[in-house]
Ligand binder design. Structure first.
Ligand code: URA
Length: 226
C-alpha cells in the first residue's frame, strides 16, 4: 500500500515488527488478508484493492507499465508506488492527454472492448485543409488501408486552413488509428490530444505530466456508461 519497497519493508518488519490484528509480528512472510487490521510505524495501513488515476500524458513518454530503458506513464504516478498499475489502452509516444491508470483489470477490459463502444474524443491539429468531404468520409467509415475499414467517426472542423484544427470522436482504438485515418485522406496529424474517454473528461487543471485520483462520481459514471 505504498509504505515502501519490498526489501525496505522486509528489513524494517524484521527489526521493528508490525501489528497484525493486535499481535506484533516480525516475520515479513506472515500472511494477512484484506480484512486484517495492520498497524505499521504507528499508523493503520488501509488496504485499497483498486486505485484509479487520471493522468494528463505528456508527449515523449511511452504508454506501458514498465520499460528497461525509459520511464513510462506509470512512473509518472509518483504517489508511494504500487507495483500493479497499468494504463488503460495506449496513446502514442507523441500523443498527449487523458489516460486512465489503474490496477482494475476488469474495468480496463470493459472500457477497451469493442463491444462496449466507448467514445474517445480527441483534439488534433492537421497539416492541410480539412474539408466537409473528409467529414463525410470519416462519418461513413473510412477505408484506411486494404485490411482496415474504420467504424464511422465524427469529425468536427474547428478551423480549416493550411493547418486545420479538428475534434474527432472514435470508438475503436487501433494502432495509430487517427494518424492512419488522416493519412488515408492525404493529411498529416501534427498534434494529438485525447480529451475524453466515455464520460471521463480530462481535468483542464491538470498540466501535462500531472495526475489526480478519479473522484467517486467520475468512477461511478464511467462504470454506469458501460
Ligand atoms: N490515434 C493515434 O493515431 N494515436 C493515438 O495516440 C491515439 C489515437
Amino acid at each position: 500500500m505504498g509504505a515502501g519497497t519490498r526489501s525496505e519493508l522486509k528489513k524494517e518488519i524484521r527489526r521493528s515488527g508490525a501489528a497484525v490484528d493486535g499481535k506484533v509480528v516480525k516475520d515479513p512472510g506472515c500472511s494477512v488478508s484484506p480484512s486484517s487490521h495492520v498497524v505499521f510505524r504507528g499508523a493503520v495501513i488501509e488496504y485499497e484493492e483498486f486505485v484509479y488515476y487520471m493522468l494528463n500524458k505528456p508527449a515523449g513518454i511511452i504508454s506501458a507499465s514498465e520499460d528497461d530503458r525509459e520511464p513510462t506513464v506509470v512512473d509518472l504516478i509518483d504517489e508511494p508506488k504500487r507495483r500493479d498499475l497499468f494504463p488503460v489502452g495506449r496513446l502514442d509516444r507523441d500523443t498527449e492527454g487523458l489516460l486512465l491508470i489503474t490496477n482494475d483489470g476488469a474495468l480496463s477490459h470493459r472500457l477497451l472492448s469493442p463491444k462496449h463502444h466507448v467514445d474517445k474524443v480527441y483534439y488534433a491539429r492537421i497539416s492541410g485543409k480539412v474539408t466537409e468531404e473528409d467529414v463525410r468520409g470519416f462519418a461513413s467509415g473510412l477505408q484506411v488501408d486494404t485490411d482496415f475499414r474504420a467504424m464511422p467517426a465524427q469529425l468536427r472542423i474547428l478551423r480549416s486552413d493550411s493547418v486545420s484544427e479538428v475534434e474527432i470522436v472514435i470508438r475503436e482504438g487501433k494502432f495509430h488509428q487517427i494518424k492512419r485515418m488522416f493519412r488515408a485522406v492525404g493529411k498529416e496529424v501534427l498534434y494529438l490530444k485525447r480529451l475524453s474517454m466515455g464520460s471521463l473528461t480530462l481535468d483542464p487543471a491538470l498540466q501535462p505530466g500531472t495526475w489526480r485520483r478519479l473522484t467517486a462520481e467520475e468512477l461511478a459514471e464511467l462504470r454506469n456508461g458501460l
